[in-house]
Ligand binder design. Structure first.
Ligand SMILES: Cc1cc2nc3c(=O)[nH]c(=O)nc-3n(C[C@H](O)[C@H](O)[C@H](O)COP(=O)(O)OP(=O)(O)OC[C@H]3O[C@@H](n4cnc5c(N)ncnc54)[C@H](O)[C@@H]3O)c2cc1C
Length: 394
C-alpha cells in the first residue's frame, strides 16, 4: 500500500475514472485508482468495441457539451499511438409510414438544434439520400457531420499507457470496506490495506451507491437505475456487399423515434453492422410496426435483408446508469466537500468522458470548474430524499 498521502484517489477504473486520472496526472504525482474488478472488464459499461460520438441532442446544452468533449477527444487522439476516432458522421433517418409527422421526428428536431448552434449538418431528401447513402430506404435524413464513433480498445490502451508513464498507482481487484472523512484527509480502508488522500473522486458507475454506503456518516444515495437495449445484433452482409457497410461508406445511424441506432463495420475490428433496439429516455418512441431490429431492417435498411446476423455477446453486456431526472450527476457530495461524485451517464456517457474527466479533476484539485454545471449538482436530490432513493443501483 502506498505510504505517501495521496492528492487524489479515484474509485472506479471505467472510462470516467481513467479520464479523471489522465487529467490529473499532469498536476500531481500522487494519484491512485481503486478498481474492484480490473481495467477493461467487459462487464463494466466502458468496455466494448465501439461507442458513438455525436452532437445531435435535443437539448442544446448537451449538444454543446458533446462538441466540447469532441475537441478533447481529438486532442487525446493526437497523442495516441493508434487513432481511435472514426469520423463517419451520424445520420438520423425518418420514414413517413413509421413516423408520419416527419417535421417532429428526432432527425428533424435535432437538426434544428445543431443548425441553431452552428454545428455542421447536411439535409437529405429521399432522392439525395439514395445517391449518397443507398443503404437506406427512408424519406428523409439529417447528418451530424462532425460525429462518428470511437474504437474503445485503442482509447483504453492510450489511457493506460499514459497513466503508467505518469506512475499513477492502479489498484485492481481491490474492495473498499470503509471511507472516513477526517479533519484534513480521507482514510480509505481496502482489502489491500489503508490509504490516505486529500481528495476523493467516485466514478463507480452503478456501484456508486455501494461506495457511498461505505462512507461514515453519508446518507446520500442517488436514483440510479440499470437499463440496457432490448436487442443488439451484428449484421454481416455477403462479401460482395461489405464495402457498402464499412465506416468508409456508412455513417453511424439512428432512428431514435423507432428505438434504433447502428454502427458501421470497422474493417478488421468488428464483425458486422451493429444495430441496437432501445427506448432512449430523451426520445419518445413512436407507435409503429418497428418493434425489433428485423422489422427495422425490413422497412428501412432492405440492403441488409440478405445479411446473416448474430446477437452481440462478449461485449456490451453491461448496463446504462439511468438517473431519475435524466441528467448527469457531477459535483461535491453534500456534506463532504473533499469528495466529488461523477455518475448517471445514461446510455450516452462515453462521448463526454474527456470533458467529465477534466471537470472532475478541476473540482477535486482546482477547487472548482470553469463550466456551469449547476444542473448536474448532486445537491438536487438532497431535498427529494437524497438518503432515500427511488431506484437503487444493483
Ligand atoms: C451497451 C452500452 C452501449 C453504450 N453505447 C454508448 C455510445 O454509443 N456512446 C456513448 O457516448 N456512450 C455509450 N454508452 C455509455 C458509456 O459507455 C458509459 O456511460 C460509460 O462507459 C460509463 O463509464 P463509467 O466509468 O462511469 O462506468 P463503468 O465503465 O461501469 O466504470 C465504473 C467502474 O467502477 C468500478 N466499481 C464499481 N464499484 C466499485 C467499488 N466499490 N470499488 C471500486 N471500484 C468499483 C467498476 O468495476 C467499474 O470498473 C454505452 C453503454 C453501454 C452499457
Amino acid at each position: 500500500m502506498n505510504e505517501h498521502i495521496q492528492d487524489l484517489v479515484i474509485v472506479g477504473g471505467g472510462v470516467m475514472g481513467l479520464m479523471t486520472a489522465y487529467a490529473a496526472a499532469s498536476l500531481s504525482n500522487h494519484l491512485t485508482i481503486i478498481e474492484k474488478s480490473h481495467i477493461g472488464d467487459p462487464k463494466t459499461a466502458s468496455f466494448g468495441y465501439t461507442r458513438s460520438i455525436r452532437n445531435d441532442y435535443l437539448d442544446p446544452f448537451y449538444a454543446r457539451l458533446a462538441y466540447q468533449a469532441r475537441a478533447l477527444w481529438l486532442e487525446l487522439e493526437r497523442k495516441a499511438a493508434e487513432p481511435f476516432i472514426i469520423n463517419c458522421g451520424c445520420l438520423n433517418i425518418a420514414k413517413s409510414n413509421v413516423t408520419p409527422n416527419l417535421a417532429e421526428t428526432y432527425a428533424e428536431q435535432s437538426y434544428r438544434v445543431l443548425a441553431g448552434i452552428h454545428l455542421k449538418t447536411e439535409a437529405f431528401t429521399r432522392e439525395t439520400l439514395s445517391q449518397r447513402f443507398p443503404q437506406f430506404d427512408v424519406d428523409m435524413a439529417r447528418l451530424d457531420v462532425e460525429a462518428g464513433f470511437i474504437y474503445v480498445p485503442h482509447v483504453t490502451h492510450t489511457l493506460q499507457t499514459a497513466l503508467q508513464a505518469h506512475h499513477v498507482n492502479i489498484l485492481e481487484e481491490t474492495e473498499i470496506t470503509a471511507i472516513e472523512q477526517q479533519p484534513d484527509r480521507i482514510r480509505i480502508t481496502t482489502s489491500a490495506g489503508q490509504l490516505l488522500t486529500r481528495k476523493l473522486v467516485i466514478t463507480a458507475g452503478l456501484g456508486t451507491n455501494d461506495v457511498l454506503a461505505r462512507i461514515t456518516g453519508c446518507q446520500a444515495r442517488y436514483p440510479l437505475q440499470p437499463d440496457r437495449p432490448s436487442q443488439c445484433k451484428y449484421y454481416m452482409p455477403p462479401p460482395e456487399k461489405l464495402p457498402m457497410f464499412t465506416s468508409d461508406a456508412l455513417p453511424v445511424f439512428a432512428y431514435l423515434d423507432a428505438g434504433i441506432y447502428g454502427h458501421p463495420i470497422l474493417n478488421g475490428k468488428t464483425p458486422g453492422v451493429k444495430i441496437g433496439f432501445y427506448n432512449p429516455p430523451d426520445a419518445t418512441l413512436a407507435h409503429s410496426h418497428i418493434n425489433n431490429i428485423a422489422a427495422f431492417v425490413e422497412e428501412c435498411m432492405p440492403t441488409l435483408r440478405d445479411a446473416s446476423n448474430i446477437v452481440v455477446t462478449g461485449v456490451d453486456q453491461c448496463f446504462y446508469d439511468l438517473v431519475a431526472d435524466d441528467n448527469f450527476i457531477i459535483g461535491p457530495l453534500p456534506g463532504f466537500p473533499n469528495i466529488t461524485v461523477g455518475v448517471g451517464w445514461r446510455g450516452t456517457g462515453y462521448k463526454y468522458a474527456p470533458w467529465v474527466g477534466q471537470t472532475l479533476m478541476q473540482l477535486a484539485l482546482q477547487e472548482g470548474t470553469v463550466y456551469d454545471i449547476n444542473r448536474f449538482s448532486p445537491r438536487r436530490f438532497a431535498d427529494k430524499g437524497g438518503g432515500n432513493p427511488r431506484h437503487l443501483s444493483s
